[in-house]
Design a protein around this ligand. Structure first.
Ligand code: MG
Length: 159
């Protein structure tokens, strides 16, 4: 059995916040605003994983009204989701994602992000793909107001 899920997220860019994408802190004057570390890519991947497993969405499992998740490391939350998937008798085949960010450039950090995803999900590097796109200076991403991320995850029965 093969299952597919989709994920999408966006966060506002603000002065004085850290820019964390896929567990990698990227040097930037502005970062992503949110209750947790606002790791937009991690959130999109988590939703894709939960979607494929039929386990709802990120807000259901890690509500932003919950003080436990204030400033939370979203890759740690992804690790919890990875455990939920295993408990459901499933395993990750691959994830593919796109980060849509006007600046800074994601390219220098892409490999480190892939390694983080592959490690947390227990898959080969080849199965954790990360792509980057700019906003072409249009829309909220292009104007530098925020960052968006899309993800697709495929799971299969374990064993
Ligand atoms: Mg989010």
């Amino acid at each position: 059995m093969t299952l597919t899920g989709i994920g999408y997220d966006s966060h506002r860019l603000l002065e004085g916040r850290r820019l964390v994408i896929g567990g990698v802190e990227i040097p930037s004057a502005r970062g992503l605003d949110g209750h947790s570390d606002a790791d937009v890519l991690a959130h999109a991947v988590i939703d894709a994983l939960l979607g494929a497993a039929g386990l709802g969405d990120i807000g259901e499992h890690f509500p932003d009204s919950d003080e436990r998740f204030r400033g939370a490391d979203s890759m740690r939350l992804m690790r919890e989701v990875s455990a939920m998937i295993a408990a459901a008798g499933l395993e990750v085949v691959n994830v593919d994602c796109t980060v849509i960010m006007q600046e800074p450039k994601l390219a220098p950090h892409r490999q480190a992000i892939r390694e983080n995803l592959a490690t947390v999900l227990g898959i080969e590097l080849q199965r954790a793909n990360v792509k980057a796109s700019t906003g072409e200076r249009i829309g909220f991403v292009g104007r530098g107001e925020g960052v968006a991320a899309l993800a697709v995850a495929t799971l299969r029965s374990a064993g």
